[in-house]
Design a protein around this ligand. Structure first.
Ligand code: XLS
Ligand code: CA
Ligand code: CA
Length: 442
């Protein structure tokens, strides 16, 4: 059965196309620097936003119109969504998808029944994957929505909840192994606190460390080979999340000897919520060799919460692709659209229109970033700006051949301290030129 009857296979029509159901820039087979766009970008559809999202907001009920709306039995609905999902993957030609356990199968009366429901749907997904090109980028489990997780999961004050969360992750790893997920994601749901007045922060953070070690041990026990990823977010749902941003989470991973076992899954909207730019978080992870994967979306500049919009900001996609290319790609990661259509974009076709805009925006970012790297644009600017560290006292500093006595002697002998302009306006203009050139097909 066909679910999205108004959409045919989405084609590349070029920059002048006026068809909202065609790619303008993303051309999967086009070679950029020896690899196809598809290989570089590794797009993934997020099951939760595309197949589980009803488009509610705190002031209104769901607006989404979906082809499976009339199915009432939860398991039948879950099966229909799997069929619809693979139709959408195929029509959009996306190579990956990602899900939480509860996105794909309904929870049962007991944990045992929940696992049984999941087994049925996972078997169906496995069967669909056999004839589809689309692979599982990552899976995770939702240890935050159900009321049992009201005080957190691995950081809960309730040990039974810790155990329940562990059982769900154990199952998640088994599912990941069965479906060959490239990575397994930990996003700290409610791992944080509302108030210190009733919180044992030391115990909660130690327990988080214990939880990760047990998950990693179990993965090696069953031979799961995916990359573990941790996804920082500073707030929402709790007022303070422990995995605040990359730097905070890196320190946590180092403290608990986990930094060689996990990499980061960086979401654009979480970066801006933390008061950083998307590229800041990517850079911080990259320089620490911990950039694993990306949740591609964007926040709203006027709103202080996680709006998870589809990415359309070409500066952000360009600077993100710059970091990803400099990282040598994302290995077992990819660009997962953790993005949802606006509540006002409720038609089933909007799911396609929105992904197309996101894919085009990243394809443009790839083109621009690739050209700028080939022409050493930022590298030349930065080499020149830091040239004082290539010789003389600067070289002594970076090579560890100096101390405060020698530095003071150097400073006392200076006739004047001369700085040069950083020319940031010129650099921004150059970036604009590269974007405009790429848009005009140069
Ligand atoms: C929520 C997170 C979540 C993770 C996966 O804000 O982005 O969706 O990506 O649990
Ligand atoms: Ca995310
Ligand atoms: Ca988010």
């Amino acid at each position: 059965m066909e679910y999205f009857t108004n959409v045919k296979k989405v084609k590349y029509e070029g920059i002048d196309s006026k068809n909202p159901l065609a790619f303008k820039i993303y051309n999967a087979e086009e070679i950029i620097g020896g690899k196809t766009m598809e290989e570089h970008l590794k797009f993934s559809v997020a099951y939760w936003h595309t197949f589980a999202e009803e488009l509610t907001d705190p002031f209104g009920s769901g607006t989404a119109i979906r082809p499976w709306d009339n199915i009432t039995d939860p398991m039948e609905k879950a099966k229909a969504k799997v069929e619809a999902a693979f139709e959408l993957f195929d029509k959009l030609n996306v190579p990956y998808f990602a899900f939480h356990d509860v996105d794909i199968a309904p929870e049962g009366e007991s944990l045992k029944e929940t696992f049984e429901n999941m087994d049925i749907i996972v078997d169906l997904i496995k069967e669909k994957m056999e004839t589809s090109k689309t692979k599982l980028l990552w899976n995770t489990v939702n240890n935050f929505s159900h009321p049992r997780f009201v005080h957190g999961a691995a950081s809960s004050n309730n040990a039974d909840v810790f155990a329940y969360a562990a059982a769900k992750v154990k199952k998640g790893l088994e599912v990941g192994k069965k479906l060959g997920s490239q990575s397994y994601v930990f996003w700290g749901g409610r791992e944080g606190y509302e108030s210190l007045l009733n919180t044992d922060m030391g115990l909660e953070v130690d327990n988080l460390g214990r939880f990760f070690h047990m998950a990693i041990d179990y993965a090696s026990k069953i031979g799961y080979e995916g990359q573990f990823l941790i996804e920082p977010k500073p707030k929402e749902p709790t007022s303070h999340q422990y995995d605040f941003d990359v730097a905070t989470t890196h320190a946590f991973l180092q403290k608990y000897n986990l930094d060689d076992k996990l990499k980061f899954n960086i979401e654009a909207n979480h970066a801006t919520l933390a008061g950083h730019s998307f590229e800041h978080e990517l850079r911080y992870a990259r320089i620490n060799k911990m950039l694993g994967s990306v949740d591609a979306n964007q926040g709203h500049p006027l709103l202080g919460w996680d709006t998870d919009e589809f990415p359309s900001d070409m500066y952000a996609t360009t600077l993100a692709m710059y970091e990803i290319l400099k990282n040598g790609g994302l290995e077992k990661g990819g660009l997962n659209f953790d993005s949802k259509v606006r509540r006002t974009s409720f038609e089933p076709e909007d799911l396609f229109r929105a992904h197309i805009v996101g894919m085009d925006s990243f394809a443009l970012g790839l083109k621009v970033a690739h050209k700028m790297i080939e022409e050493n644009v930022f590298e030349n600017i930065i080499d020149k700006r830091y040239k004082s560290f290539n010789e003389g006292i600067g070289k002594d500093i970076v090579e560890g051949n100096t101390d405060f006595d020698k530095l003071t002697e150097h400073a006392l002998n200076l006739k004047e301290v001369k700085n040069e302009s950083g020319q940031l306006e010129v650099i921004k203009g150059v970036l604009n030129q590269y974007i405009l050139q790429a848009l005009s097909g140069k």
